[in-house]
Design a protein. Structure first.
Length: 67
């Protein structure tokens, strides 16, 4: 009959293996969901340039550089 420390070691090893398997399965599921996600709408460069220009104008106004 195995001794008590051996039983405790076997139980703790089984628990840690179970936790590691669950973590690996969770990561795999997250990566699969991320890869399966549909891409967003195409990037609108005109809107991006306009927003950048508006932000730059606001920065100049805050610095009182524009007079």
């Amino acid at each position: 009959m195995p001794s008590k420390p051996q039983i405790l070691a076997a139980i703790s090893g089984a628990i840690s293996a179970f936790i590691a398997d669950e973590a690996a399965a969770g990561q795999t599921a997250a990566l699969t969901a991320l890869a399966a996600a549909a891409p967003g709408p195409p990037l609108n460069l005109w809107a991006l340039a306009g927003r950048s220009q508006a932000m730059q104008l606001r920065l100049l106004m805050q610095r009182r550089s524009l007079r």
